[in-house]
Design a protein around this ligand. Structure first.
Ligand code: XUL
Ligand code: CO
Length: 442
């Protein structure tokens, strides 16, 4: 089928964003992100696999609970939903290719507005899917992951897969089937489940055990369906502790890993770790990455940052090079992301109203990651970071420590050894030294 691609320009005056190095005065250039530079055995482009988040980048109008939209986005003006969806996609691909992002991520109804009936919604999704295929073939841009929005529509107010009403669970299943079909048709590399309403507001009306059993059953049948269609990518669960639900079942990485293990889902599912979700759970981003990596389940990440002074999900663009350097240390030491990439699940502020603000935001985020990667590689290659960490545990490398680690000692042995050794000398954790080492290579 021949598809006529739109030719409106939505970001006039902005050309391809290029690497110009740290000394450039051009605000619309990369200072650190050089897509062809080889670091840690890969080009930066391959290492990060950056993705635009369709919902924020093309859909954020600046509306908040206190006020109306501040941005009349030119690609959202057509009255016909499919025309609007095509305009939005033209803007998306113009933005993505000017920035040089290899991927994008989407929810089903980011691509086109949901209709009044499932049949009409599916028809619209199919049509915009064909349009996306043509744009992707034309540009080489790919889908990092797709997902279904199971949280915006009022029918999901009591949950989707965990809804106490089976009719809603079935409806969510229908939506996931269509979103999986679309993701597969677009060659999507992964599929995400974020359970915004998979949780509860009050235990007084909630059978938590039953709801979690239903969630597991739902994930199993979704996975079985996708595998039967030939999907070989990975499913990611994206942990978040709260907001919009008071208690979300995928609270953090550790909780989610326990859930996947309990229900036999570890073979197909890994985690998508988001910075601002980590901090909402009172963890740091590197902590969540490490928990996932230690379980062999570090799949992908959603990049953003929260706000130091308030507790909620502000989804600001990442710019904290120190935090990201610690994150990159975890990534480099654990062998990297399994199948995923870095999706900018971030939005520009309500009062950022110029078309170039979207570019500044992404350029800053990409540069922050590139800078962090270079710093982390330098820490590993040039500093005693690894050696200090290794020596901290050296007493387990041989002798009784090694015998303990390999299960050869019982509690009586510990009692005897402690009696023979006397009071252990205090050993510094060297935290400030390690912090200075990381600072030095920033
Ligand atoms: C919400 C969030 C979602 C998921 C995809 O906090 O992060 O956008 O990334 O549903
Ligand atoms: Co996210």
């Amino acid at each position: 089928m021949h598809i006529l691609l739109g030719n409106n320009e939505y970001f006039p005056g902005i050309g391809k964003i290029r690497y110009e190095g740290p000394e450039t005065d051009n605000p619309l250039a990369f200072r650190f992100y050089d897509e062809n530079r080889v670091v840690a055995g890969k080009t930066m482009r391959e290492y990060f696999r950056f993705a635009a988040a369709y919902w924020h980048t093309l859909g954020s109008t600046g509306a908040d609970p206190f006020g109306a939209p501040t941005k009349a986005l030119p690609w959202l003006q057509a009255a016909d939903p499919l025309q609007q969806a095509r305009d939005k996609m033209d803007a998306a691909f113009e933005f993505i290719t000017k920035l040089g992002l290899p991927f994008f991520c989407f929810h089903d109804f980011d691509l086109v507005a949901e209709a009044d009936t499932p049949t009409e919604s599916e028809r619209r999704l199919h049509a915009i899917g064909e349009y996306a295929r043509a744009k992707m073939a034309d540009s080489g841009v790919r889908v990092l992951w797709g997902t279904a929005n199971l949280f915006s529509h009022p029918r999901y107010m009591n949950g989707a897969a965990t809804n106490p009403d089976f009719a809603v669970v079935a409806r969510a299943g229908a939506q996931v089937k269509t979103a999986l079909d679309l993701t597969i048709a677009l060659g999507g590399e992964n599929y995400v489940f974020w359970g915004g309403r998979e949780g509860y507001l009050s235990l007084l009306n909630t059978d938590m055990k039953r709801e979690q059993d239903h969630l597991a059953r739902f994930l199993h049948i979704a996975k079985d369906y996708a595998r039967a269609q030939g999907f070989t990518g990975t499913f990611f669960i994206e942990p978040k502790p709260m907001e919009p639900s008071k208690h979300q079942y995928d609270f953090d990485a550790a909780t989610t890993i326990g859930f996947l293990r309990e229900y036999g889902l570890t073979h197909d599912f890994k985690l998508n770790i988001e910075v601002n979700h980590a901090t909402l759970a009172q963890h740091s981003f590197p902590h969540e990455l490490q928990v996932a990596a230690d379980a062999g389940m570090l799949g992908s990440m959603d990049a953003n940052r929260g706000d130091y002074q308030n507790g909620w999900d502000t989804d600001q663009f990442p710019n904290n090079a120190l935090e990201l350097t610690e994150a990159m240390l975890v990534l480099l030491e654990s062998g990297g992301l399994q199948g995923g990439g870095i999706n900018f699940d971030a939005k520009i502020r309500r009062n950022s109203t110029d078309p170039d603000d979207l570019f500044h935001a992404h350029i800053g985020g990409m540069d922050a990651f590139a800078r962090a990667l270079l710093a982390a590689v330098a820490v590993l290659e040039k500093s005693p970071y690894r050696q200090i960490r290794r020596e901290r545990y050296a007493s387990f490398d041989s002798g009784d420590g090694h015998r303990f680690e390999s299960g050869q000692l019982d509690l009586n042995d510990l009692h005897r050894i402690a009696g023979e050794s006397g009071e252990p000398p205090l050993r510094s954790g060297k935290q400030e030294l390690l912090e200075n080492i990381v600072q030095r290579y920033l």
